[in-house]
Design a protein around this ligand. Structure first.
Ligand code: SF4
Length: 456
């Protein structure tokens, strides 16, 4: 919360509660403003100056910046806490894949294909990299613009355009401005020439300084010019410097309310490490240490997936358990004779059970009962995985229409609900007690599957 309601109320007109804002008193409106639940426009009696001051005070301490457009828009910033355990991190960093205009055509095609195809279904979401970073390295403007055109024409992804040559940078921007590319780097050397060109077709801007201090006059000048979609690069040369700089920027924005550093950051493991595992480890540090965009020179499924899973875990709200949707899921291509298992909707439980079933190569159905994100045994102890409630779910989830048999496998840890569950299912289903641990599924499931096939 950038400013307290008790401070805001002092700036409101204090008329007799006219209620024109939709709230019973100025104080109620002030409290709502402070919590982000109302906009200053609701009170028609604010002077222009007070309104502008309130908008500024209520702005998030780290500005929200959007790179890309439509469903591929990457939103970064708008964070409220230094450490995740204080509340939650909100906007996960965009992972960008670097393509140089010095790369040959085959390499460029390979990278475009890679970022399109490397997508991982993961506990109800799809994990993937988000952006392409296009690097003017050849010294030939025509090559760089050809690369931008190629990427613009063959993907819908957002882009980071990297060029020290300002003419090439803005010519590239004009090719793909509707995609809201991030333009990088704006520095103290080129800012004067850059400001009118940026304003001609506004998209986000990446600032580079030789140290955090150098960024402050740059953000101040751009803000004065009405350019606010900024992303910061403090020019850190190694991981130690990067952690120091990222920490300084984050704390200055959130703890000191220092507006000139209240913007998300960009980090370049691609230039800090020479590829391979080291680069991914540097990127992993930036996921934890607050980067808004992380640019990688390359990746494959073995390096990208762990990074994306780490990002998912760090940017998941720790106040709520990760859960999957209540419904039945198919593993493989199950038919009417396939086994039916039931479990709770804690994401980790679902992931372990589905992975174990998948490993048996036996197509099956997994009925996932909403237990408010709790594991099976905890859910049972909390009264959220009782025989009655599981029975009601099985009846309404539609699994009865998908299989001919009436055999339901429950986790061994809740064997005690067997009788109650059979009762709840009007004794139309036979409840089979499965293994206590998912590691037992490999030995257990083939026997059940064989028996069900035999019944057909
Ligand atoms: S409209 Fe303005 S003056 Fe009237 S109650 Fe709301 S905040 Fe107060």
């Amino acid at each position: 919360m950038p400013i307290a309601g008790s401070e805001i109320v002092k700036m409101l007109p204090g008329r007799k509660p006219c209620k024109d804002c939709g709230f019973p008193t100025c104080f109620a409106f002030a409290m709502k403003l402070a919590s982000g639940g109302a906009s200053v426009d609701k009170c028609p009696y604010l002077s222009k100056e007070v309104k502008a001051k309130l908008v500024d005070l209520l702005a998030p301490p780290i500005k929200l910046v959007t790179i890309g457009s439509r469903e591929n828009a990457v939103k970064i910033g708008n964070e409220e806490v230094v450490y995740r355990h204080e509340k939650t991190f909100v906007h996960k960093p965009g992972i960008a894949l670097l393509i140089s205009d010095k790369d040959d055509n085959a390499k460029i095609e390979e990278k475009i294909k890679k970022i399109k195809e490397l997508q991982f279904p993961w506990v109800g979401v799809t994990l993937k990299a988000d952006l392409l970073a296009l690097y003017f390295e050849s010294g030939r403007k025509d090559k760089f613009l050809a690369l931008v055109k190629k990427v613009y024409g063959s993907t819908d992804l957002g882009m980071v355009l990297i060029s020290k040559d300002m003419d090439a940078l803005f010519a590239a921007r004009d090719i793909c401005a509707d995609r809201r590319p991030l333009l990088y780097p704006i520095t103290k050397e080129n800012i004067d020439k850059a400001i009118p060109k940026i304003k001609a077709n506004l998209t986000p801007v990446g600032l580079r300084g030789e140290g955090v201090e150098e960024l402050i006059p740059l953000t101040t000048r751009l803000k004065e010019a009405g350019i606010e979609g900024l992303v910061l690069d403090p020019g850190s040369k190694n991981l130690m410097e990067a952690i120091r700089d990222q920490t300084f920027i984050r704390r200055a924005a959130l703890k000191q309310g220092f507006k000139p550093l209240g913007y998300p950051t960009i980090a370049f493991p691609c230039f800090m490490a020479k590829g391979g595992l080291k680069e991914i480890m540097v990127a992993s540090t930036f996921v934890t240490k607050w980067a808004g965009v992380i640019v990688l020179s390359d990746f494959d499924q073995y390096s990208l997936l762990p990074l994306l899973v780490q990002r998912l875990n760090i940017y998941t709200d720790p106040r709520f358990p990760m859960a999957v949707q209540q419904k039945y899921y198919e593993v493989g291509e199950p038919d009417e004779h396939s086994p039916v298992l039931v479990t709770s909707n804690w994401a980790l439980t679902y992931f372990l059970v589905s992975s174990a079933v998948e490993a048996t190569k036996i197509p099956a159905y997994i009925c996932v009962k909403d237990a408010e994100g709790l594991g099976v045994l905890t859910a049972w102890a909390a009264g959220k995985f009782s025989g009655d409630s599981v029975g009601a779910f099985i009846k309404k989830c539609g699994i009865g229409d998908r299989v001919k048999h009436r055999k339901l496998i429950i986790p061994g840890k809740v064997a005690r609900i067997k009788g109650e569950l059979e009762e709840a299912l009007n004794r139309e289903w036979e409840v089979i007690v499965g293994p206590r641990e998912t590691t037992g599924i490999a030995a257990f499931l083939p026997g059940v599957a064989k028996e069900l096939k035999g019944l057909s």
